[in-house]
Design a protein around this ligand. Sequence first.
Ligand SMILES: Nc1ncnc2c1ncn2[C@@H]1O[C@H](COP(=O)(O)OP(=O)(O)O)[C@@H](O)[C@H]1O
Ligand SMILES: [Mg+2]
Length: 250
Amino acid sequence: MSCLFALSGKGGVGKTTLAGLFVRGLREIGRKPILAIDADPNSCLADMLGVRVRFTIGSARETVRDEAEAQKISKQELLRMKIAQGLVESNGFDLISMGRPEGPGCYCYANNVLKSAIKELSDQYPYVVLDNEAGLENLSRRIVQSVDVLTLVSDASNAGMNTLERLYGLAREMGVGFRKLVLLVNRTRGGELPESAARVQKNTGARNMLALPYDEEIATLAEESRPVWDVSDENPIYRKILELVRETSG
Ligand SMILES: Nc1ncnc2c1ncn2[C@@H]1O[C@H](COP(=O)(O)OP(=O)(O)O)[C@@H](O)[C@H]1O
Ligand SMILES: [Mg+2]
């Protein structure tokens, strides 16, 4: 059984950056090999981790039925092959990129096949970090059903804090199972939790709720397209994430 970290939250709150730091933190404390799953088509976890994706498996969803018939192999087998082709191997971690999201058509059937193929792949790694697109759709329908550490990320605004509660409610409603809930309030001024944090923590029952400060080094990382490996060991956000993964991955 692997330990799966899933990051969710609105677009632009820092999920991909933090997912990259989770991978770095896990690797740093020897909790590896890690599978990083990029499930956000709008940002790129691969860039954050400094690796190149040759092949995303998102498009396979639409063609797998026809291709499998033409090649006279099972759909499951074909997807397994595609995933193997798309897997990028690096030092201490591998990465798979889901590619583009669902189109207007319904690929429910292929999604189920994909889901079980991803599960099969994930089961081969003791640690998995899943960077989601905004919302919880991936968690409920597309990729995984159950996570160990559900990490909801927000900014410090009132709307952001309400979103945390809403996401928590959605996760419960959708039957997303999780062992631990972590709330990260990112890009705060001075690293302080906002006043409404206590209410959100109480209503969600989250044991961990952390304020991460606005940080110049992290901000320039994206501006200069540099990977998380370039962040200094003393970076305050990295230190907090390191502590968090140490505490929650045991
Ligand atoms: N703590 C922080 N301090 C400063 N900038 C941050 C911080 N966290 C994230 N950012 C910046 O915010 C932007 C959005 O981050 P990103 O990780 O892409 O968010 P998401 O994946 O949620 O869309 C990026 O430019 C990133 O560098
Ligand atoms: Mg992202």
